[in-house]
Design a protein around this ligand. Structure first.
Ligand code: 5AD
Ligand code: SF4
Length: 479
């Protein structure tokens, strides 16, 4: 009973919080207008995203608020306001941020009105905040992942206070709905269905920087999708660190498969994607819902991480090599046209060349359409960082190259199976290298380039898959 009351209060507070934030947007508008008068033009802003699709979606929320406050969005860090939405899943993401901050400082010296803000996962690490306070004094605003919904309020604080504004929370149970969003694409959108992660894979920093798993209410998700569809969106990507455990902690529990069935009913919505699935939680119910669905795309991202049962245990992944292979086999048998993609880590502490061979064996058996291969990165505070048997860099490199080669060879083989077929593609953009070509995405996530005019962007067209070029196709529109 007490839990119910607190959830209801939270909901009411959530709605009140949305109202509060809109008041702060109004206040921010006044400051932006004053700045506009001083500059004699509309102030510009630039949102730079590092990391995953969750961050990309968060950046759209930041952009939505900045635009309402009166900034003009541009893709140039010369802007009057620059915000970095950071990632800390691997150390190279952190290093890139530090490197680029130096450049921002030189731009700020030329533009005294320039403001610099940092947010996202990296800011949840106390050592990062210490470093910025010490060596990057020119940063104006820092906040983390849990209070991103307070961005408008923090923006106002930045205008009103002298010096660096820092607001980092350790955790939150709040989900604030209905804040403004500025979408990057008119025809497709990401949608958060849950936040945080409870899995604590031993190498991963995400549960520490994104907090515990919280699912959004299905009604709020459906309402958001209906609005997006009314606004021209045809493809959605449901986002969560582990979508397969969606809904378990809701007041009225619902499975991810049931949520998908509800979303399928939304008229006008053409394609449904989701990311990421944890193999340990992927249910038969989900496979059956995918199999009979007309809208769920023929693509499943199923992170393997390692093919060695011993390493998987050390990683706290809670499945064995055999269980993973059985699952992949079941999915391929039930849905033969599905594309499987994965994430692989090479160089986890204690990994031997024999363990790498186990990973290669899984790649050869599953034959992924694509795989992201990462070198293990030691993240302070995670159990794996304290393990003594860290693998030397040169040994990791040998294993990494072998894994990468296997991924490329098997993927080429799999992707080539589509040659000569006619399939639907959602036209996403004009090709970056050749403006006479359009770039589209098949239901199974494979990219295809073909001739066509830009009026087709956002439309689903039939494409003849003429030539396979490794991971992508050259094709022709079929009238
Ligand atoms: N080192 C290397 N790769 C990592 N990932 C997560 N943490 C680490 C780490 N410490 C990879 C996993 C995950 C993907 C998003 O990032 O493969 O699936
Ligand atoms: Fe990290 Fe594992 Fe959670 Fe994925 S499931 S975010 S790898 S802890």
């Amino acid at each position: 009973m007490s839990q119910k009351i607190s959830q209801i209060t939270e909901k009411i507070n959530g709605a009140e919080e949305t109202k509060r934030q809109f008041l702060f947007i109004e206040k921010a508008k006044e400051y932006v207008q004053t700045l506009s008068k001083e500059l004699g033009r509309k102030p510009t802003c630039c949102v730079t995203t590092f990391g995953c699709q969750m961050n990309a979606r968060d950046s759209e929320k930041l952009a939505g608020i900045l635009e309402l406050a009166g900034y003009e969005l541009i893709e140039d860090e010369d802007a009057d306001f620059v915000i970095y939405n950071t990632c800390t899943v691997r150390d190279n993401a952190n290093q890139r941020v530090y490197g680029r901050l130096g450049h921002l400082n030189s731009l700020k010296k030329k533009n005294p009105h320039k403001k610099i803000a940092l947010c996202g996962c990296m800011m949840q690490e106390p050592s990062v905040i210490e470093k910025i306070k010490k060596s990057y004094r020119f940063v104006d605003l820092i906040f983390g992942t849990h209070n991103i919904y307070k961005f408008a309020e923090l923006l106002v604080a930045m205008f009103e206070q002298e010096g660096m504004v820092i607001d980092i929370w350790e955790d939150t149970d709040q989900i604030v709905e209905d804040l403004p969003v500025e979408r990057k694409y008119a025809f497709k959108s990401g949608i958060n269905i849950m936040f945080g992660c409870n899995n604590f894979c031993s190498y991963c920093i995400v549960p520490y920087v994104r907090g515990r798993e919280r699912s959004r209410n299905p009604k709020d998700i459906i309402r958001e999708i209906e609005r997006l569809v009314a606004d021209g969106v045809v493809e959605i990507m449901l986002l969560g660190q582990n979508v397969n455990s969606y809904g378990k902690n809701l007041e009225e529990p619902i499975t991810f498969a049931q949520l998908l069935e509800e979303i399928e009913k939304i008229e006008g919505l053409e394609r449904i994607r989701f990311m990421t699935s944890h193999p340990k939680d992927l249910s038969d119910e989900l496979i059956q819902v995918m199999k009979k669905s007309k809208k769920i795309c023929r693509h499943l991202h199923l992170p393997l991480q390692s093919g060695s049962t011993r390493i998987l245990k050390e990683m706290n992944r809670r499945y064995t090599k055999e269980q993973y292979l059985e699952l992949a086999n079941k999915i391929r048998t039930e849905i033969p046209d599905i594309a499987l993609t994965t994430d692989i880590i090479v160089g986890f502490p204690g990994e031997t060349p024999e363990d790498v061979e186990e990973t290669i064996d899984v790649i050869n058996k599953v034959k992924y359409e694509n795989a992201f291969t990462f070198i293990y990165s030691k993240r302070t505070g995670t159990p794996a960082a304290a393990m003594e048997n860290q693998v030397p860099e040169d040994v990791v490199k040998i294993g990494f190259d072998k894994v990468l080669k296997t991924v490329q060879d098997t993927a080429r083989e799999r992707v080539a199976l589509l040659e000569g077929k006619i399939l639907d593609a959602l036209v996403e953009e004009v090709n970056e290298q050749d403006a006479s070509l359009l770039t589209g995405r098949l239901s199974n996530n494979t990219i295809v380039h073909f001739k066509g005019g830009k009026e087709l962007i956002g439309k689903i067209v039939s494409v003849y898959l003429k030539e396979c070029h490794g991971f992508y196709y050259l094709g022709e529109i079929v009238e």
